[in-house]
Design a binder for this molecule. Structure first.
Ligand code: FES
Length: 271
């Protein structure tokens, strides 16, 4: 983990729908690019005049020292009276050449089992952010990757060219406006026989539903999930990000953000 200045190379809106916009930020950050593992995140200082930091997962890295971040800016909040959306709104205003104060990479990312030959990635909405990095990493290890990416409607899914090129990508929307008409977690069972692991990123509701549906899966597979929670310090000091697990209280920023789904006591989770 390091605190450093990263330089913004570009920061562009990649999709927009009522309520939110997604931005892709490319940073010149050679140390972050070299050290980050899929599922890890950065704490970004989201203003020049506060200490507010925002956790954002690493979306991709390049051999040329770039770290890419995909993040959502929520719209519709009264920014004068709430902190919600303020940090990412500020981030979205950064332009080429801006300097960003970054701490990271942080947390424990996804773990691909040494024996894995094929893995299933499951993304709910902006949950695609860390899974692209994971897909590229797995593909570079000659592991077959099937990626299920779901959202409520088609305009909430990334454009085609942003999905990992060598993964088999299957899209799903609740209303059928793009890809299959289904909740993304309902597609999982048909792929289970073919994969060694399931690795997912999405909302608390998605994970709660997933942990329930797993009880009726035809086969048992290991499932890792990346939790997105509100954080304070991001470095293990404040316990603001704690969740209850079978091993006791654990910090999402330190022991996570990736957990075995079967270790989380979902009835106790209030993200
Ligand atoms: Fe402070 Fe995790 S955010 S301990």
């Amino acid at each position: 983990m390091k605190q450093l200045k990263a330089v913004v190379l570009s920061n562009e809106q990649v999709l927009s729908y009522p309520g939110a916009e997604y931005f892709l930020m490319r940073l010149e950050a050679p140390e972050i690019a070299q050290e980050s593992k899929p599922g890890q995140f950065l704490m970004l200082k989201c203003s020049n005049d506060t200490i507010l930091r925002r956790p954002i997962s690493v979306h991709a890295v390049t051999n040329s020292g770039e770290a890419h971040l995909l993040y959502a800016v929520q719209n519709g909040f009264d920014l004068e009276n709430t902190a919600r959306g303020k940090g990412t709104r500020w981030l979205s205003g950064l332009t080429k050449g801006s300097e960003l104060d970054v701490i990271g990479p942080l947390g424990n990312g996804f773990k691909i089992e040494p024996s894995a030959k094929s893995i299933l990635l499951v993304a709910g909405g902006i949950g695609i952010a860390p899974l692209k990095f994971l897909a590229e990493k797995a593909i570079s290890m000659n592991i077959n990757v099937i990626l299920l990416s779901g959202a409520r409607t088609g305009i909430r899914l990334l454009p085609e060219n942003m999905f990992p090129a060598r993964a088999t990508t299957v899209l799903a929307t609740d209303d059928g406006s793009r890809g299959k008409k289904a909740a993304v977690i309902d597609l999982i069972p048909e792929y289970l026989e073919r994969v060694d692991q399931v690795l997912a990123c999405g909302t608390e509701d998605m994970f709660k539903a997933l942990s329930h549906r797993m009880e009726s899966w035809p086969v048992t597979k290991p499932v890792q999930v990346s939790l997105e929670v509100r954080m304070g310090c991001g470095v293990g000091a404040c316990y603001a990000c704690s969740v209850i697990t079978r091993q006791g209280k654990q910090r999402v920023c330190q022991e996570g953000p990736v957990f075995n789904i079967r270790d989380i006591i979902w009835q106790e989770v209030r993200i």
